[in-house]
Design a binder for this molecule. Structure first.
Ligand code: C5P
Length: 238
């Protein structure tokens, strides 16, 4: 069975500040989304990439990807329109997968610089029999659970033991049937939707395992992350 990657890229990226949708911002002169597609296509395992565009932006995203074609023709790239939440966008991407796809990666467009070794490690762990695999790193910061407040200091409720925590990255890898099932089960779930696909699979009761992530798989969220991403690209080109 084939391995495909779904890239949700329908977010507006408000935390990054004003400007174009996040995935279309350039890093080293190349749109973030193009970096993300290349990062997935770099894995020999991946033969299909489904990009989930903003609901009204599929044509624009298709045109952009055609401007930056992949080297070689080993990887097919589809573009589908997304939804209001990340979860809906991933669901739209899953619906576009052909029947012969057995392993699915879900990768944030906002993690443009993930190294191919990380992608391959996730695919390998799924192929070895884990239904859900997430790359993750230990935390540098201590984490507090708080009672959220808008006005004034927030009371601390708990301090989880840092050594037991991991910061989760993407691509997250899945047995395709398991991820389909999770998205079907939570399709009508209210609220903001899941921020993490493995979390949905976990709620269904499937085991989820962690493999080592990579510092360069960080998520470009805030303005400082753009500075870091530019520095990583400059170092790679040097
Ligand atoms: O907002 P956040 O940084 O968690 O977004 C993670 C990824 O989900 C980004 O690649 C973003 O484009 C995507 N997303 C999406 N559809 C939405 C919201 C976010 O595809 N409605």
């Amino acid at each position: 069975a084939r391995t495909a990657a779904v890239i949700p890229a329908a977010g507006r990226g408000v935390r990054l500040g004003p400007g174009a949708p996040k995935a279309l911002r350039t890093l080293g002169g190349i749109p973030m989304l193009v970096h993300a597609v290349r990062a997935m296509a770099a894995s020999r395992a991946v033969s299909l990439v489904v990009v989930v565009a903003p609901p009204d932006g599929a044509a624009e995203v298709r045109a952009l990807l055609d401007e930056f074609p992949l080297a070689g023709d080993r990887t097919e790239v589809l573009v589908v329109p997304g939804g209001a939440t990340r979860q809906e966008s991933v669901s739209q991407g899953l619906r576009a997968l052909p029947g012969d796809v057995g392993v699915v990666l879900v990768h944030d467009a906002a993690r443009p610089l993930v190294p191919v070794d990380t992608v391959d490690a996730v695919v390998a762990a799924v192929r070895a029999g884990s239904p859900a695999v997430v790359p993750a790193l230990p935390l540098a910061d201590t984490v507090k659970r708080v009672e959220p407040r808008r006005d004034g200091p927030e009371p601390v409720v708990a301090t989880p033991e840092r050594a037991l925590l991991r910061a989760v990255q993407t691509p997250q890898g899945f047995d395709r049937r398991v991820l389909d099932e999770a998205h079907l089960a939570f399709d009508d779930a209210p609220g903001e939707g899941a921020t993490d696909d493995a979390g949905m699979v976990e709620r269904l009761g499937f085991p989820v395992v962690v493999v080592p992530g990579h510092e360069e798989a960080f998520k470009v969220t805030r303005p400082l992350d753009l500075v870091l991403a530019e520095a990583v690209i400059a170092r790679r080109r040097a």
